[in-house]
Design a protein around this ligand. Structure first.
Ligand code: SF4
Length: 170
């Protein structure tokens, strides 16, 4: 990939609440979903945030044995899928798991996958997808790893292999 910069709204270096184990969290800049009461409105603009060097991010993640995985959140990481797939591939090769939060449902992703460059590639390096828009009417603070009850925690490897949706109970 020639352009090695990714537009991020921010990063959490060590998180225990965005998937299992200690994780690096990358917040993508840019989102089209407009969920009511979105908790990260500053991530919506596609020109905000900061351009960051992907190779530097990767080296920092893979050189830290304490970090068990990386989580892409947003914004919506699917809007920069090619770039996130580059990071996902490299960190997964080093044994780190990849979780993605997206406002698209799994069904929407599959139906639009041919029109969206990079989505298939990104899913191929993803372990778990937390899907769907945040629904303020279904908000439940007791839920683990998701904001509203409509969102699903999907085992992507199993779901892609079987063409059925396998959710994970956390
Ligand atoms: S998908 Fe996430 S960042 Fe985008 S509007 Fe919904 S809650 Fe906000």
């Amino acid at each position: 990939m020639e352009d090695r910069k990714i537009r991020l709204a921010g990063m959490i270096y060590e998180s225990l609440s965005n998937g299992p184990g200690l994780r690096r969290v990358l917040f993508s800049q840019g989102c089209r979903h407009k969920c009511k009461n979105c908790f990260n409105p500053h991530t919506h603009s596609f020109t905000g945030g900061e351009l960051m060097d992907m190779d530097e991010i990767i080296v920092d993640i893979v050189s830290n044995p304490m970090i068990k995985g990386v989580t892409f959140s947003g914004g919506d990481p699917l809007e920069q899928a090619e770039k996130f797939s580059y990071i996902a591939k490299k960190v997964r090769e080093k044994g780190k798991s990849v979780w993605i939060y997206t406002g698209y449902t799994f069904e929407e992703i599959l139906s639009k996958i041919s029109e969206n460059k990079g989505w298939e590639k990104l899913l191929n390096y993803t372990d778990v997808l937390v899907d769907g828009k945040f629904d303020t009417n279904k908000k439940d603070e007791k839920l683990k790893f998701r904001g509203s009850a409509n969102q699903r925690i999907i085992d992507i490897r199993k779901s892609l292999n079987t063409k059925e949706i396998y959710t994970i109970n956390c």
